[in-house]
Design a protein around this ligand. Sequence first.
Ligand code: AMP
Ligand code: TRP
Length: 316
Amino acid sequence: MKGKKRLLTGLQASGTLHIGNYFGALKPFVDTYEDYESMLMVADYHALTSIKDASLLRSNIFDVVKDYLAVGIDPKKAIIFKQSDVLEHTELSWIFNCLVTVPFLMQAHAYKDKIAKGLEANAGLFTYPMLMAADILLYDTDVVPVGEDQRQHVEYAREAAMKFNNAFGDTFSAPKELILEGVGTVPGTDGLKMAKSRPQYVIPLFGSKDEITKAVMSIVTDSSADRPEHVYAIHKLFKTEEELEVLYKEKMGNYKDLKEALIEDIDSYMSPIRERRIHITDDEVKKVLEDGGKRAREIAQKKMEDVRKKIGVTIN
Ligand code: AMP
Ligand code: TRP
């Protein structure tokens, strides 16, 4: 039996992180990871569903790991690794693909949304949730900190675990999502969900003060309300509601001042993190991934030995 519970999350290496990624997934991880056996993954094979450019994917991988280190995750206290360094992820995802049905996967949001937009989905996007199930279940993960949009994917992981256990005997435990109230869906500057796929509406996590200013000034405001809701919704991430109450009362109707206050609050929150990130080198990233990959493989390989025996592909 393991001692501490396992915490695991991952971010796709699919572009610059924004404050939605931070408050939805990274900060909940940072705040709790020392109480668990923690793992933080770079989902590079998931990013391949959308990126077909080797130098871009490669630089995204470096960027995400630098982001992890800059927000304060200590690689001695958490296993930081990339998905493609542990072949067991893709192996186990194949096994799960053989257990779930096509109609079940057709209900997954990422796939459904793409089809609804009239776009063509590749088969990797279609089976995406089973790769994510493998990421989670390989390590007997108990808790998965994510944003609201990933709730269904964690449910799919539970379903995959159940299907496997029913077919081959008790092997995987059921993971639970950790979605913090108030940060599960951080809105973008247009008021809709902030997303990497709509870069014109994000506030970048490591943006310069100029970039933050540009993004905040573009937040859509509704001139009929006392309080600019979209500004407030983002401000709430950086200040307590009590602190904001005073400010928003004093500056009622003065959207420009409120936006300027928000810029200052984001900048003073982020500048130490931004500063730390500048000093992280590519070599440091390589070392972290090498060490993390080794540690992750040890756990995954052991688990897969059991899985292979259970499904009947081990003949000795
Ligand atoms: P992704 O950008 O899809 O790689 O997402 C990485 C993590 O950030 C996942 O846990 C998402 O649920 C979370 N996330 C992405 N966008 C938001 C958002 N607007 N609000 C809260 N969490 C988010
Ligand atoms: N699908 C997640 C996202 O887009 C990223 C991810 C891949 C993940 N594997 C994971 C998150 C395992 C948590 C656990 O945000």
